[in-house]
Design a binder for this molecule. Sequence first.
Ligand code: HEM
Length: 182
Amino acid sequence: MNRNNTEVRYSRLSIALHWLMLVLIAAVYACIELKGNFPKGSEYRDLLKQWHFMLGMSVFLLVWLRLLARFVSPSPKISGGSPAWQATSAKLMHWALYALMIGAPLAGWLTLSAAGKPIPFFGLELPALVGKDPALARTFKELHEWAGTAGYWLIGLHAAAGVFHHFISRDDTLVRMLPGRS
Ligand code: HEM
């Protein structure tokens, strides 16, 4: 595999970050969905919330490395090309996904900050981004929930597009992002 993106494949770093972040984002969603199974104030509910925050902040940190890898070497082309509308919608989708990976954690961080709650990060406590303001906390929480719902759609559509390219169009869109193939 390659250190940088080539004409036909993503770099080893881009591939590793892509799949690692998928696992992280799935865990972020799983934690917040599963928390509803436990009563308010229970140990497990609080633990799931803490993991939601910490894994979400990990996405926020790693996305900058991903963006750097993308700017250092541009994305490989799909062999045989693709219709202009597909290329444009793929580009829009990719930027929407980057916006989600930055915007959702940031809105979560702002929610906890404005609520005056601690922001845990694997034994550390991150600084509050704004002062305590319950009305602002509600606004950020709504924004965060909106971003979380939009994320389900964006990730679902992105995955469906990958499957469509692989099994229907039968091009190398998905293979360029798979590890361990030359
Ligand atoms: C990729 C990153 C993230 C995604 C996709 C995400 C998504 C979500 C979703 C879907 C919900 C449930 C919304 C609902 O009930 O309708 C939620 C709740 C929440 N998230 Fe996140 N989140 C992310 C990162 C973070 C981070 C980094 C923090 C804070 C540091 C955070 C703080 C919160 C808070 C405070 C809630 C409300 C929890 C409650 O009901 O008490 N999130 N998030």
